[in-house]
Unconditional design. Structure first.
Length: 81
């Protein structure tokens, strides 16, 4: 998901799990996944010629036992070299 707020453009990875058996959903956004998101964000920024500051968030959702838990992690990771 891509959103804009003020002078930021926010790239959001949404992860949903139906249990925590294999860990928290946000834990699935490892360095490899982050690299793919960053490459995609870079291409998007170049294509749109956006001058906004990029931010990378994760929305982690666990749904089960009749309830839904949502965790929004702002600035979850940063571009790395």
């Amino acid at each position: 998901m891509i959103a804009e707020k003020g002078d930021e453009i926010i790239f959001v990875e949404v992860k949903l799990r139906y249990s925590r058996v294999y860990g928290e959903p946000w834990e699935a956004v490892n360095k490899g996944k982050q690299k793919k998101i960053i490459i995609g964000a870079d291409a998007y920024l170049k294509q749109t010629r956006s001058m906004k500051e990029p931010r990378f968030d994760i929305i982690s959702i666990v749904q089960g036992n009749g309830k839904t838990e949502i965790l929004h992690i702002e600035e979850a990771f940063y571009p790395f070299c």
